[in-house]
Design a protein around this ligand. Structure first.
Ligand code: TXA
Ligand code: MG
Length: 339
């Protein structure tokens, strides 16, 4: 996709030339949606509170929600964080660039606009060639939440970003579909032992390999109330379709019951083809392994909305690797409609 003068904003650019344009927009205080390996981010100069403020306006997001600072060079951690514990070095060596965000005590460099006034800052080096080149060209931190409107699922293609944000973003850097597909794993390193606040692209098993012990996973009915990761509201991960989580063995029965209620279209998302489905059920293309399920998850949820499904029965992948993050998002999506 290349924009010409007749194309409505936002302009969509690709490749090396696109990176230069994108870096110039960010340095000038503008907003750029850019690809990462997890989901597309909506980026602004993290050192400029006015530019960061524009992110909240574009997303319709409350200003006290903290943003992750994206770095092109792990060496910049020392500038953004006040204290860098040994675990942070271990995790950075093992997983950066990659889908891991670390919460550390912030340095004075991190503006309140980025941290939501907290004493901590979230840092990550993303694993995407265009993102890394963009961050290197900017030369410092880029604050970026996922590039969706507040309360929508994260975008995994440039087209998703355009559909959600339209001309609220100055430029979209198109790097193709995201390969991980769910957001980064967030590890809080500001307490005694590391705590995972959001499961994501780096599985808990891989964290355990590096840390020695599997870190505690923060669970609870309302983690946002703990104010540690306030963006973890259930609605953030929900499509318009009502998600119902079901085991493989019960999925056909659950779907048949929903069809029998007669209040709207029923879809199904599962790792494998499901036998015994009523003909009315729209089966989305199966997503086999946990990795594939994660990569396709948000595209499938958006597809369910485009197909005007009222219900989406989801058979989760096994709870290994990134499958834990997929199950977390599906559970949140299901909970969003029960409140
Ligand atoms: O994969 C990702 O992490 C993507 C890509 C673009 O990097 N970003 C992303 O950002 O998912 P966002 O803003 O949609 O989610 C970041 C989460 C939010 O729940 C936010 O509250 C939490 O991280 N967070 C960021 N900084 C924090 C801090 N200092 N303290 C507590 N929570 C923080
Ligand atoms: Mg988000």
């Amino acid at each position: 996709m290349t924009a010409d003068s007749d194309t409505p904003r936002p302009e969509v650019v690709e490749g090396e030339a696109g990176v230069e344009r994108a870096a110039a927009v960010i340095r000038a205080g503008g907003l750029v949606a850019f690809p990462t390996e997890t989901v597309y981010g909506l980026g602004a100069d993290a050192t400029d509170p006015v530019a960061v403020g524009r992110i909240f306006a574009a997303k319709g997001r409350p200003a006290d929600h903290p943003l992750i600072v994206h770095l092109g060079d792990p060496g910049l951690v020392e500038a953004w964080a006040d204290v860098v514990p040994p675990e942070a070095h271990l995790l950075a060596d093992a997983f950066w660039p990659g889908p891991l965000t670390m919460l550390l005590w912030r340095s004075p460099k991190a503006p309140d606009a980025v941290t939501g006034g907290r004493d901590t800052v979230g840092l990550r080096v993303p694993d995407h060639p265009l993102a890394l080149r963009l961050l290197e060209a900017v030369g410092d931190g880029v604050a970026a939440p996922s590039a969706n409107r507040f309360g929508r699922v994260s975008p995994t293609t440039a087209a998703d970003v355009v559909a959600d944000l339209g001309d609220a973003v100055d430029l979209v850097l198109d790097g193709g579909p995201c390969q991980v597909g769910v957001e980064s794993t967030i590890v809080d390193l500001t307490g005694g032992a590391p705590v995972v606040l959001r499961p994501g692209g780096v599985g808990l098993d891989r964290l355990a390999d590096v840390l020695g012990d599997e870190p505690r996973l923060h669970v609870g009915p309302a983690p946002e109330r703990a104010a540690r990761a306030p963006g973890m509201l259930a609605a953030h991960y929900a499509p318009r379709a009502r998600v119902v989580v079901a085991d493989e063995a019960e999925a056909a029965t659950v779907a048949a019951e929903l069809v029998a209620r007669g209040d709207g279209r029923v879809g199904l998302l599962a790792p494998r083809v499901t036998d015994g489905l009523p003909p009315e059920v729209v089966e989305l293309e199966p997503a086999g392994t946990p990795d594939e399920y994660a990569r396709l998850l948000y595209a499938r949820l958006r597809q369910a909305d485009r197909l005007r499904m009222t219900w989406l029965v989801c058979v989760p992948p096994p709870a290994r690797g990134v499958g834990v993050a997929v199950r977390d998002r599906l559970a949140r999506a299901a909970a969003a409609h029960q409140r």
